[in-house]
Design a protein around this ligand. Structure first.
Ligand SMILES: *Cc1c(COP(=O)(O)O)cnc(C)c1O
Length: 461
């Protein structure tokens, strides 16, 4: 017998008005064109909410460095301030004031010269921050170049994030990329010295590479460039990409000199949405001093009788992530960040111990500078397919990427796990157990979990 269709609850003044009783849940959902009619807020919300269940679970996403958890008070603050456009400085002067405080606090964190007012700006992330930093250096070079027809170049290692290559292509600067090798995944002064010349706008150095979590030899590169400045008169700045390391090193290795304590370091970027522990959409570029930022690049906006400087690639953007960074600074302080970073490092070390104890993996790096665990199969297991392992782990919900290293280290295939604030010791143990399960599946052996279940079964019987 056919089921009789009842009239849509949205049209009827009936009592059956639960969300899923509406016709929107039996109709096709609009995908290509804006629908002609409207739908109730509850239905639109529920449809999208349910569809997003197909996404991975952010809490199990070990692929990304980007923050997936903040306190409820931070979420409140973020939703209360969703309606403030960051660029409207005259309408929201207090937001701009907080932006200044955040930049100032970060300048001090990175040891900007005490006599200079912290100089920098919030960005959407490190990519925009790197573009702004390198553009400033490109303009600096234009001012000092001897030959009008000379072509600028930028020197960095193959261990950089793609946004460096993006800068070179978008802004027409020759990129001189120092290749890696299967044994060495960072760059130092020897490699840099072969690439620089009088048209080098900047040397890029990484504090915590995306691929292995290691750091370039920044102090060594600084020493080289100081020497070059003395001998040849080329004043080549360093831009430090501290996207992931900028909120780790100051708390785990306060004596490590990588920042404005080094003379040639003229600009630094950081992703506040990584270990600044802020939700996505927040980075910062900081300059050593105002002289580093050419005036032509800074647009003056009148505001409240004064003049407001604006240096950005975007115009409008959300302001709430800037406010969230201020929230974390007030909430956590140095003490809070130090404790959280300590926990991250401890849990990363625990994960390393568990993985190496299995005998199936060896560490590519030690997670000394970043809470990032990068492993490759051990020699005898050269055949272990890390891509298959990564896929197996998805069945349990874990997102653990497998990839090969950049040129000329492509022969090395690795698994990378970024340990974030919400990855507890308990989660490290669950992940290790699931890796053991996945390895058993790949090998065609009964998994430890299946064996344990068998044991339990026998005990009951
Ligand atoms: C993440 C990352 C970037 C890009 O940062 P976004 O904030 O995502 O734009 C650049 N460099 C390094 C080293 C990174 O880890």
């Amino acid at each position: 017998m056919p089921i009789r269709k009842v009239k849509s609850s949205e049209d009827a003044v009936g009592t059956l008005t639960t969300t899923y009783s509406g016709r929107y849940f039996v109709d096709e959902i609009p995908e290509h064109a804006i629908p002609q009619g409207s739908m109730p807020a509850r239905a639109a919300y529920q449809l999208i909410h349910d569809e997003l269940n197909l996404d991975g679970n952010p809490a199990l996403n070990l692929a990304s460095f980007v923050t997936t958890w903040m306190e409820p008070e931070a979420r409140d603050l973020a939703s209360e301030t969703l309606n403030r456009n960051f660029v409207d400085q005259d309408e929201y002067p207090q937001t701009e004031e907080i932006h200044h405080r955040v930049v100032s606090m970060m300048g001090r964190l990175f040891n900007a010269p005490a006599d200079a007012e912290a100089c920098g700006t919030a960005t959407i992330g490190s990519s925009e921050a790197i573009m702004l930093g390198l553009l400033a250096h490109k303009w600096g070079w234009r001012k000092r170049r001897a030959d009008e027809s000379a072509r600028p170049n930028v020197v960095f290692g193959a261990d950089v994030h793609t946004c460096w290559e993006k800068f070179a292509r978008y802004f027409d600067v020759e990129q001189r990329v120092i290749p890696l090798s299967a044994e060495r995944h960072i760059i130092g002064p020897e490699e840099v010295s072969e690439q620089i010349d009088e048209n080098t706008i900047a040397v890029g150095a990484i504090l915590g590479t995306t691929f292995t979590g290691q750091i370039d030899e920044i102090a060594g590169i600084d020493e080289l460039l100081r020497q070059v400045k003395q001998e040849k008169g080329w004043d080549i700045p360093i831009h430090v990409d501290a996207a992931s390391g900028g909120f780790i090193a100051p708390f785990s290795y306060p004596d490590l000199e990588w920042d404005f304590r080094l003379e040639q370091v003229r600009s630094i970027n950081v992703s506040n949405h990584k270990f600044g522990l802020v939700y996505p959409g927040m980075g910062t570029v900081l300059f050593r001093d105002v002289e580093t930022v050419p005036e032509e690049l800074v647009f003056k906006i009148n505001y409240l009788g004064g003049e407001m400087a604006n240096y950005s690639l975007n115009f409008s953007r959300a302001s709430n992530t800037v406010l969230l960074q201020y929230y974390n600074f007030l909430r956590l302080g140095h003490e809070g960040y130090t404790r959280i970073v300590g926990n991250l490092m401890e849990n990363a070390a625990e994960l390393e111990r568990a993985l190496t104890a299995s005998g199936r993996f060896e560490l590519l790096n030690d997670a000394r500078y970043l809470p990032v665990v990068v492993v490759r199969p051990t020699g005898k297991d050269g055949g272990l397919d890390v891509f298959a392992l990564s896929e197996r782990l998805r069945e349990r919900g874990w997102i653990v990427p497998a990839y090969t290293l950049p040129p000329n280290a492509e022969s090395v295939a690795v698994l990378r796990m970024v340990v974030k604030e919400n990855f507890s010791r308990d989660m490290a143990e669950m992940l290790s157990a699931d890796i053991a399960w996945a390895l058993a599946k790949i090998d065609g052996r009964p998994s430890p979990q299946a064996q344990a279940a068998g044991e339990r079964q026998r005990r009951i019987c």
